[in-house]
Design a protein around this ligand. Structure first.
Ligand SMILES: *Cc1c(COP(=O)(O)O)cnc(C)c1O
Length: 456
């Protein structure tokens, strides 16, 4: 046991190896020393667990491999073959070509972000984008911030700080990591007044709770969960009617900025910002990188009075959106204005792809891969806290890993470790790759990665 520890080389011995000292010169000596130390700590752990001491050349090979991974640019490109269209861990929506180009234009050199080229005077970074957002949603006014979480927080702080906000008990919920409606309300300086029950809340419940202290009625779309059975949620129009009668603004957190009707693809109808504006909601809030298919952003639309109040709040500056996201958001919204969203925005192309088209792509993959894989029917999901439980019929490449004497986990790991990393899913001991979420230009790289993973 102790002798196994004595067989371990020292940090200095490893560092003096030719390849390692070359790495230390190329990267940083400190970073390479840290990797060596970490590797030796792991080796001592293995010995403590009853294993053998690794040879010096094995340790050196591991350190070289680790340093190579460390030197790769981040974030790395990942081919999404999970069939989850808005995969939060993979950065939600991929951007359209126009949105990518707009970002590049904003990144290279200087731009007229806050300058009116016509007059040469200072302009507003919001003016252009608010116009586009207002045009596509029909709203009187719009404001864009960093993400939807900050949009909601800012809206509440500007409209209802120091006042009561009435929320249905069924909507005082947690929407994904760290966004809990009661906590956001408290942070904004408002007081939560819960009405109704978890499953059933009526418009009259809101009305009965209105007092002189009420600052707003808040509706929150159940974007990542579903309550089924004996349930009731009032129509947003009914809340608007009550709010108008009692002089209280209605705020609506839509979650996703779904500007196209999701029902045309056989899914539940996701509430749309246009409908919310049309119903007379005072302020509606939604994300830029969910079903809108653009960059991370939080969009606020509503009446001019209320949007002006929000824009003037000191927190607005703290939640400011950056120029790259703004450029990409503008280009994405232009697709809707030009009526080309289904053709140009990647997530809508994926959602709209007919099962037969997906099948054809998977059949081509299967022919390329050979006997280890076949086409199978499956389900894609939307993900990203949108349309929970809704699925799209799809086709997947189903890989029989036993035919290459591997486990599905091993093959999946090889796919993730490849230069062109591929993420699929595992079901019943098979690796499944859904063509719906793979961009056409990624197919060659996916097939090359797959060939290597199945030969290893
Ligand atoms: C996703 C979501 C948020 C948070 O939006 P981000 O853009 O991720 O900050 C807030 N509210 C609802 C209802 C959501 O679905």
């Amino acid at each position: 046991m102790t002798s196994a520890y004595r067989l371990l080389p020292s940090v200095e011995q490893i560092l003096s190896d030719e390849r390692i000292s070359a790495l230390a010169d190329e990267h940083s000596r400190q970073a390479i020393t840290d990797i060596v130390r970490q590797r030796l700590t792991n080796a001592r752990g293995d010995i403590a667990a009853g294993g053998d001491a690794p040879q010096a050349h094995e340790i050196i090979a591991d350190v070289v491999a680790r340093a190579e991974v460390m030197a790769l640019p981040w974030p790395r490109h990942v081919i999404n073959a999970t069939g989850v269209v808005l995969h939060t861990n993979l950065g939600r929506a991929p951007l359209s070509d126009d949105a990518q180009n707009a970002m590049l234009r904003a990144a290279q050199g200087y731009s007229d972000l806050e300058l009116d080229l016509d007059t040469g005077r200072r302009g507003s970074r919001q003016a252009h984008i608010s116009n586009l957002v207002a045009r596509v949603t029909g709203a009187e006014a719009a404001l864009v911030v960093n993400n939807n979480a900050s949009a909601v927080m800012l809206g509440l702080a500007a409209i209802a700080s120091g006042k009561e906000v009435i929320v249905s008990r069924g909507e005082a919920v947690e929407i994904g990591g760290g966004f809990r409606v009661p906590d956001v309300l408290r942070q904004s300086g408002a007081t939560l007044v819960e009405v109704g029950t978890t499953n059933r809340t009526y418009a009259r419940d809101y009305e009965a709770a209105i007092t002189e202290h009420t600052g707003a009625l808040l509706a929150v779309h159940a974007s990542n969960f579903r309550v089924t059975g004996f349930t009731h949620t009032p129509e947003i129009r009914d809340l608007v009617e009550i709010g108008a009668r009692r002089g209280v603004p209605v705020l609506y957190d839509l979650g996703s900025g779904c500007l196209l009707d999701s029902a045309q693809f056989g899914m539940m109808h996701e509430p749309m910002p246009q409908e919310s504006v049309n119903a007379g909601v005072g302020l509606s809030f939604f994300s830029g990188d969910k079903l809108l298919g653009g960059p991370q952003a939080g969009i606020i639309v509503g009446t001019k009075n209320l949007v002006d109040l929000v824009a003037q709040h000191p927190l607005a500056r703290a939640m400011r959106i950056d120029k790259l996201s703004m450029a990409a958001l503008g280009a994405t919204i232009e697709h809707y204005i030009r009526g080309e969203a289904l053709d140009k925005i990647p997530i809508w192309r994926m959602i709209a792809m007919p099962p037969d088209t997906v099948k054809q792509r998977v059949m081509n993959w299967a022919n390329n891969v050979g006997p280890h894989a076949s086409a199978a029917q499956s389900k894609s999901t939307i993900g990203g806290g949108s349309l929970p439980g809704e699925t799209l019929s799809t086709w997947v490449l189903s890989i029989d890993c036993s035919s290459v004497e591997s486990s599905a986990e091993t093959v999946a790991k090889r796919l993730r470790d490849a230069d062109s990393a591929v993420l699929g899913r595992i079901e019943d001991g098979r690796v499944l790759l859904d063509a719906r979420t793979v961009l056409p230009e990624e197919e060659d790289a996916l097939l090359a990665t797959l060939q290597t993973a199945l030969q290893a």
